[in-house]
Ligand binder design. Structure first.
Ligand code: MN
Ligand code: MN
Length: 366
């Protein structure tokens, strides 16, 4: 059963008349068409027992057809009312006006929901397709895993560029620029999030960004980066030593590394997400740094760099083959140093395989 057929099954089992998929990565998931329509309307309309159709701005209709979507693609011009046109195409497929709708409640703007209501005043938004999508994306196909392996290779390349770029006097932002320039020259036009390079105490702020200040010598330097390859993301972190970091910094590196390696090697079908988090957290807590590990152990990855499953306390989800997620313990001591070491993996029948292979033993750069 393909992705569309599975969705059609879900619609008929839950008694829905129609699904409206608006999130661009989810439109891509079903159609193979990658689009960033900005404020224009992009939507996929799926019915329990009729052919689906893709709706795009007129200027994208041809590229959408070329992307390999086997069903209809309809468009609209900028001066036209897109929902009027959508309604006509829907009524061409269903003899009666659809009443029971599944929509993506996590991403459909209220204004678009109101546009649907204008065309179909009886519409009821009953099922949440956002939850359906989260579950559908949980287990990756071998084809998806291949694309994520390719994205992982690009992340490994980015690390090698970044490590070579470290030099006295250079700023964190300049190192980011070199990484992204070299990626673009290789044809990687999108990172999966803003590349992070942070040195010294700046790395203790896990959601802070690269600064204009020169790299701080005799400190740790944290890299967190990822790319998008044919719609699939990579995400990995490495922390390296620039000069001779303090004993304290080296100590937290070693603790973080042990937590990362131990949790990653514990991954196998049947273990739960919360057990994995606990394995890493116990090591960091025992070493005395528990209060500085201030986020979950990991997150799912696929078409975006944050999806299900969440690897955290309280999530009793059993890990299964085909799931893809990060193992990324971090220790952040304000004013001192920050360490994070991260690989994303796909779960196999008896363990896991990482998407990135840059060594994790502490690398010293002069
Ligand atoms: Mn991550
Ligand atoms: Mn990351």
């Amino acid at each position: 059963m393909n992705k569309i057929e599975k969705m059609q099954n879900w619609l008929s089992n839950s008694g829905m008349d129609i699904a409206y998929i608006n999130e661009p990565t989810h439109v891509n998931y079903f159609t193979g068409y990658e689009s960033d329509p900005i404020e224009r309307v992009l939507g996929l309309f799926i019915f329990p027992d009729q052919d689906p159709f893709l709706f795009t701005p007129q200027l994208e209709v041809e590229s959408a057809k070329k992307a390999g979507w086997n069903y209809d693609v309809f468009g609209y011009l900028d001066h036209e009312d897109p929902f009027k046109i959508i309604a006509q195409h829907i009524l061409d497929r269903t003899s009666i006006s659809p009443k029971k709708w599944a929509i993506e409640k996590a991403s459909l703007p209220v204004s678009r929901m109101e546009s649907v209501l204008q065309q179909f005043p009886d519409a009821q938004f009953l099922e949440n397709a956002s939850i359906y999508m989260e579950k559908a994306k949980l287990i990756k196909t071998p084809e998806e895993i291949k694309l994520m392996q390719a994205a992982g290779k690009e992340a490994d390349f980015a690390f090698s560029v970044g490590f070579n770029a470290i030099k006295e006097g250079k700023t964190e932002q300049e190192v980011v620029a070199e990484i992204e320039f070299e990626l673009m020259k290789k044809g990687v036009m999108h990172t999966s999030f803003d590349t992070i390079v942070q040195s010294g105490a700046n790395a203790a702020n896990p959601h802070g960004g690269p600064e204009k200040d020169p790299l701080k010598k005799n400190n740790l330097v944290l890299f967190d980066l990822g790319t998008i390859h044919s719609g699939y993301a990579s995400d990995a972190s490495r922390t390296v030593a620039f000069g001779k970091p303090s004993q304290k910094a080296l100590d937290i590196y070693n603790v973080c590394l042990e937590a990362q390696l131990t949790a990653q090697s514990a991954i196998k079908p049947g273990i739960t997400a919360s057990q994995l988090d606990k394995i890493a957290r116990d090591i960091i807590t025992k070493a005395g740094y528990g209060e500085y590990f201030i986020h979950r152990l990991g997150h799912g990855i696929g078409m975006t760099d944050h999806e299900f499953p969440s690897i955290m306390e309280g999530n009793d989800l059993e890990i299964q083959p085909g799931m893809c997620f990060s193992i990324e313990p971090g220790i952040y001591i304000p004013g001192v140093a920050g360490v994070r070491i991260e690989d994303c993996v796909h779960v196999t029948e008896d363990g896991s395989e990482p998407f990135t292979h840059t060594p994790k033993e502490l690398k010293f750069i002069d």
